[in-house]
Design a protein around this ligand. Structure first.
Ligand code: G3P
Ligand code: CA
Length: 243
């Protein structure tokens, strides 16, 4: 059986401030084969890597990303809330990570955060950045906003998309096919054996989030998923190596 892929959630969010370059570097050091990130858009239309719609929780500043310019955002400290050792980390622009990953065999999972704030043109901008950095083949785009996934496919039918959801989709592989998606990204506790079997029969890979505890990692891997998203890439690797 092919070894499942271990994808670092927001980098290696258990060990470094989430969605910073330090976190992405740490994920690779711990052996992750992929990195999951969240993108939002600034007031001046730049793509930045941040989970929340505001900078309040993960920086020393405050305010909505859509109301701040890139210059204002880059003045913020995105490391010290996590630990003083990371003071000076910044909210990265997407291009910085694309440049860092270019030429490496690492899967990039970009989650488009356009559920709470609807960013106009987010899909176009993400695709354009991937094109410029020749990263389309190393990337899967996911979102809880499935209209966004449809839009991405409309703009570029070759780009890979993953359906993010919590639970409760009946025959999720059928739904994914209907919207042209390439993978399922369910929350880990909704991943039952019959879901994995059904997805396998229909050749729909499952990348499940956010699996952090060893017992959950072992259960999920024993079912035969394609990959997991975790704050602990090191634990993920240990569990994956047992498969
Ligand atoms: O992409 C999986 C996972 O990151 C989705 O939830 O809230 O951590 O972005 P969240
Ligand atoms: Ca995410």
């Amino acid at each position: 059986m092919k070894k499942p892929l271990v994808i670092g959630h927001r980098g290696a969010a258990a060990y470094a401030p989430e969605n910073t370059m330090a976190s992405f570097q740490k994920a690779l050091t711990l052996g992750a084969g992929g990195i999951e990130i969240d993108v939002q858009m600034t007031k001046d239309g730049r793509l930045v890597i941040c989970h929340d719609e505001t900078v309040d929780r993960t920086t020393d500043g405050s305010g909505a990303i859509q109301a701040l310019t890139l210059k204002e955002i880059q003045m913020l400290d995105a490391g010290s809330w996590f630990s003083e050792n990371f003071r000076g980390e910044k909210i990265p622009v997407l291009e910085e990570l694309l440049d860092f990953l270019r030429g490496r065999d690492i899967l990039l999972n970009i989650e488009l955060k356009n559920g709470i704030v609807l960013y106009r043109g987010l899909e176009e901008k993400v695709l354009e950045a991937l094109r410029i950095y020749h990263m389309e083949h190393y990337t899967i785009l996911s979102s809880f906003n499935h209209y966004s996934l449809l839009r991405l496919k409309e703009l570029n039918p070759r780009i890979k998309t993953g359906v993010l959801y919590v639970a409760g989709l009946v025959e999720p592989w059928e739904y994914a096919r209907r919207i042209g998606a390439d993978a399922l990204h369910p929350i880990y506790y909704s991943v039952l054996p019959e879901i994995v079997t059904g997805a396998q029969v229909h050749q729909m890979p499952i990348y499940t989030y956010t699996v952090n505890e060893m017992k959950d990692l072992e259960r999920i891997f024993s079912l035969g998923v394609a990959g997991i998203i975790t704050d602990y890439p090191d634990r993920g690797k240990i569990a994956a190596d047992k498969v």
